[in-house]
Design a binder for this molecule. Structure first.
Ligand code: COA
Ligand code: MG
Length: 290
């Protein structure tokens, strides 16, 4: 799986933003047909994304297309418009049951067979952002075709009637539910958008908190958000050095027959070592796909 620290959206009918996005060194570029696009511009978005997939060089950025939700009435035309040009992945919003993923999975596989592409060469990422979606996470996250779950904070707040606040305390249960479901199924977990795109300090705080919760990346909506989010979701040198030290001292202490030992006045045992290995794994991954 490519590293997906920052997933940048732009309205699929906005050619200027799409061409800008390929200059930003962002991990994922998600060209939207859903809520970022006005109802009378859906057809324009489909055509513009198809053109971008054919004509633009996305470099190392992953090229994704977000279709409208299953049942919206637009989803079939959305997916049909972009699949022939082989996006790296399809993003399906507002998933509430595994059969909705299955629907897309079968259409994608049919395209892969038709064009002679490798099976699973087009990845599936889903949005879980409604009360029903959170309740059904156990079944949803087990779908074998999935790569990542994206948690939509604004949609979720609307779905349960929560009032959004700056520290997002009203989202904590659902965010953690997504992280747990992803960890149990070896999926990436992608956190909420910071919609106040001018407030970079708030973005930094929210990104670091999301990374601490266990998210592997975050959705973004503006070029200024790329760098702070990539930084927050990359373990820094200090974290990597700490993790290395834990792993090394643990191995030595195992040889000496001690399961738990003390390092800098703190108890170290297996769970801390597992966590340290995760930090190293994230730290050593290539910055963006290669
Ligand atoms: N992707 C690529 N480029 C973007 C961008 C994005 N998401 N958002 C802004 N830009 C570009 C602008 O085109 C502008 O380019 P220029 O300097 O070459 O003219 C530059 O970045 C600065 O933009 P700015 O003027 O600060 O923002 P704006 O007022 O034009 O747009 C938003 C603000 C919020 C409307 C815009 O960022 C946006 O549409 N974001 C995506 C929203 C979306 O997709 N929502 C659905 C998913 S949650
Ligand atoms: Mg949404």
């Amino acid at each position: 799986m490519p590293s997906r620290r920052a997933l940048l959206y732009m309205p699929g009918d906005n050619w200027k933003m799409i061409t800008k996005s390929i200059t930003l060194g962002v991990d994922c570029i998600c060209m939207d047909m859903e809520d970022g696009v006005a109802i009378n511009r859906k057809a324009e978005a489909r055509a513009t994304i198809a053109k971008a997939l054919q004509e633009l060089d996305f470099g190392k950025s992953e090229k994704l297309a977000r279709i409208n939700s299953i049942g919206s009435g637009w989803e079939k035309d959305d997916i049909a418009a972009v699949l022939p040009f082989h996006p790296d992945g399809i993003v399906i919003p507002k998933i509430e049951s595994p059969d909705q993923i299955q629907w897309a999975s079968e259409i994608i596989e049919a395209a892969e067979l038709k064009y002679g592409w490798r099976i699973n060469s087009i990845r599936i990422l889903i949005g879980v952002e409604t009360a029903k979606g959170i309740l059904n996470l156990k079944e949803i996250a087990a779908h074998p075709r999935l790569d990542a779950i994206i948690f939509g904070g604004e949609d979720f707040a609307a779905s349960v009637g929560a009032t959004r606040t700056k520290d997002a305390v009203e989202l904590i249960y659902a965010r953690q539910a997504v992280v747990v479901a992803c960890a149990a199924n070896d999926l990436q977990a992608i956190d909420i958008v910071t919609i106040d795109f001018k407030d970079i300090e708030a973005l930094r705080v929210e990104s670091e908190f999301g990374a601490r919760l266990g998210f592997s990346g975050k959705q973004i909506i503006h070029p200024a958000q790329v760098e702070p989010v990539q930084t927050a979701f990359t373990p820094n040198e200090e974290a990597i050095a700490n993790a290395k030290r834990i792993v090394e001292t643990f191995e030595a202490s195992q040889k000496e027959g001690r399961g738990a030992y003390s390092l800098d006045g703190k108890m170290i045992d297996m769970p801390l070592v597992k966590n340290a290995r995760k930090v190293l794994e994230r730290g050593l991954k290539p910055a963006i796909r290669n």
